[in-house]
Design a protein around this ligand. Structure first.
Ligand code: DNO
Length: 360
């Protein structure tokens, strides 16, 4: 596997110089942020990003995300032009050596939380999702980092109503259309497309969400028969629902060769199904990181992995979920587990023995 780290470009207070000092981080996950959703990314912008990252001694093989325009998800308006633009973005990214593109098919809202700076017992701050509070939110007046905040309340109301009308099956139909259009281009360009599950994995504000559990992921993978049609398996998203067995999913989809990217973070699930984001260490949340990483290791995972959100610790301020320190701790914790698994791996010894016998 290759350990990566998300970087939000030149405006990110977590600079490439800092990231390169985290032992074991080899790759940067980033995107072009100043082109409106749906448009083609300028080739110079992609080349510039790549150069900066390479100059800092790291690779740019994962792009997160090339966002999918709402017209595509709704199958209306300019969706055909946006799909052509999407294909062009795949081609342009492939030209710069990008191997994996992350996207999601969540209507309107990307990840959703009720608070971004909830103070945990140890004084650190984390993102939380309290069901009771989310139920009271007015989605037309909300903005969260990671969302397209360019909608007026009227536009937002119209969008939400359009999705309510479309419903789950309508969303599946539009996803299928999109996949069948873009995947031949991705296959031709040698790029893996890695859909991110819905976060949290249940419908919010009465609008559908479909990449939520094993049954639906199976349905998604069946939409197109090519190994390039795959997943960003996110423990923090799927793991928020106690009914999802993330380690099992990691094993199953890695064996199928469909996990191109893994997002790893811990969450603490509360009694009413709410959750708090937690430090990566297993004892801090509801997920067992050793079990999860062992599942990937046993299945021979060789994709990209990154610590997903971190808490804000040691007085750090910045983009919620994307500070330096806690994510760096998470990366080291995962690398430590992985190194241990490597060293204890009996299969590895078998290979060594066979090689030694051959030599003799
Ligand atoms: C949250 C991220 C997501 C992810 C997109 C992928 O921090 O994991 O915002 O980047 O859903 O399209």
């Amino acid at each position: 596997m290759q350990m990566t780290f998300r970087w939000y470009g030149d405006d990110d207070p977590v600079t490439l110089e800092k990231i390169r000092q985290i032992p074991g981080v080899e790759g940067i996950v980033t995107a072009v942020y100043d082109t409106p959703v749906g448009e083609v990314w300028p080739e110079e912008s992609i080349a510039h990003l790549k150069k900066e990252i390479n100059d800092a001694g790291m690779t740019m093989e994962v792009i997160e995300s090339v966002p999918v325009h709402e017209d595509i998800k709704l199958g209306r308006g300019d969706y055909k032009r946006y799909i052509e633009n999407y294909k062009e973005n795949i081609r342009r990214l492939a030209k710069q050596g990008v191997k994996t593109i992350v996207y999601n098919f969540m209507p309107v809202f990307d990840w959703t939380r009720s608070q971004l700076d909830h103070e945990l017992e140890d004084g650190s701050n984390a993102l939380v999702y309290y069901k009771e509070d989310v139920d009271k939110l007015d989605p037309t007046k909300l903005t969260l980092p990671g969302w397209d905040s360019s909608y007026t309340p009227e536009e937002m109301t119209e969008l939400i109503n359009a999705y309510k009308e479309l419903g789950e099956e309508g969303l599946w139909k539009n996803l299928e259309y999109f996949i069948k259009e873009i995947m031949p281009v991705a296959v031709e360009e040698g790029v893996n497309m890695a859909i991110h599950p819905d976060d949290p994995p249940w419908p919010i504000f009465g609008i559908p969400r479909i990449i939520t559990n094993e049954e639906n992921i199976d349905r998604f993978l069946a939409l197109y028969d090519a190994p390039n049609h795959g997943l960003t398996l996110c423990s923090g998203s799927l793991g928020c629902a106690a009914s999802n067995d993330y380690a099992e999913m990691a094993k199953k989809y890695t064996k199928m060769g469909r996990v191109h990217n893994a997002h790893i973070r811990n969450v603490k699930i509360l009694d009413d199904g709410s959750f708090e984001e937690a430090a990566h260490k297993s004892s801090c949340g509801s997920l067992d990181l050793v079990e999860i990483l062992k599942a990937y290791h046993d299945a021979g995972f060789d994709g990209y992995i990154r610590p997903d959100h971190g808490r804000m610790i040691w007085g750090e301020t910045g983009k919620p979920g994307y500070g330096l320190y806690d994510r760096a701790l998470g990366a080291e914790y995962m690398l430590g587990i992985w190194e241990t698994l490597d060293k204890l791996d009996p299969k590895k010894d078998e290979v060594v023995e066979v090689e030694e016998e051959t030599k003799a």
